[in-house]
Design a protein around this ligand. Structure first.
Ligand SMILES: [Zn+2]
Ligand SMILES: [Zn+2]
Length: 229
């Protein structure tokens, strides 16, 4: 198969710790937020979109704040403050964004609604990565390499199996992915068992190895990986 830039990126991400799709999607979102901070925030259509969605979601707003995007946030969020003032002056209730940010925050419905532009961008990137993953599984070298990785987090495994994408390759990518995920999970399960066993005082003098960070692998796998940036 043709080894595209995305194939190479996915292959490399499998050599690193944690779910490769989390890693690449988080890196992509970070780049998107950097671009917004330095130039996109002045773009008229992006400003209008942020008005419509009433800003970024909670996570991406504070990520931007921590990245020092203070002036861009002041400008973009002032639009929303002035919209709200207008509504109150007219005696109206404060309009909810199409997605309802509070509702979205607590019930995580952001995938169904026009929401935070950074979440939308991340969902698109995940779609591209899953498309590449499905195609790459038929490549023997990729298959072996991924089998030695930490595997996908549960959310991305589900998405990789269920996401409806145009041009999904035929063949047995689903059973190949299931086999990889199963062997990654079994390896993790053994390491967790070892870690738990070695916390027993009777075995506390035994040498400790990579199994001692298996809690972190399990945490990333169940909850999604921590943003490494
Ligand atoms: Zn993931
Ligand atoms: Zn977001």
């Amino acid at each position: 198969m043709r080894k595209t830039r995305e194939y190479q990126a996915l292959f490399e991400a499998c050599s690193q710790e944690g779910c490769p799709i989390c890693r690449l999607a988080l890196e992509g979102t970070r780049r998107y937020l950097e671009a917004w901070k330095y130039e996109m925030f002045t773009d008229v259509s992006i400003r209008a979109e942020l008005r419509r969605t009433q800003g970024f979601c909670h996570r991406h707003t504070w990520q931007l704040a921590n990245m020092g995007a203070h002036l861009p946030l002041a400008q973009a969020y002032r639009d929303i403050v002035t919209d709200t003032i207008d509504q109150l002056k007219r005696g109206n209730d404060i309009a909810s964004p199409a997605s309802g940010s509070l509702f979205r925050r607590f019930f995580d419905t952001h995938r169904e609604q026009p929401a935070c532009p950074a979440c939308t961008q991340q969902a698109k990137a995940e779609g591209h990565l899953i498309h590449t993953l499905r195609k790459s599984l038929s490549d023997e070298e990729f298959y072996q390499h991924m089998q030695n990785s930490d595997g996908l987090c549960l959310e991305h495994y589900r998405l990789a199996c269920e996401l409806k994408l145009p041009d999904t390759p035929g063949g047995d990518w689903q059973s190949l992915l299931r086999k990889i995920q199963l062997s990654c999970l079994q390896r993790l399960d053994e390491q967790l068992g070892e870690m738990i066993r070695k916390h027993d005082y009777r075995f506390k003098d035994e040498a400790r190895g990579p199994e001692m960070i298996s809690w972190k692998r399990a945490t990333g796998l169940i909850a999604g990986e921590e943003d490494p940036s």
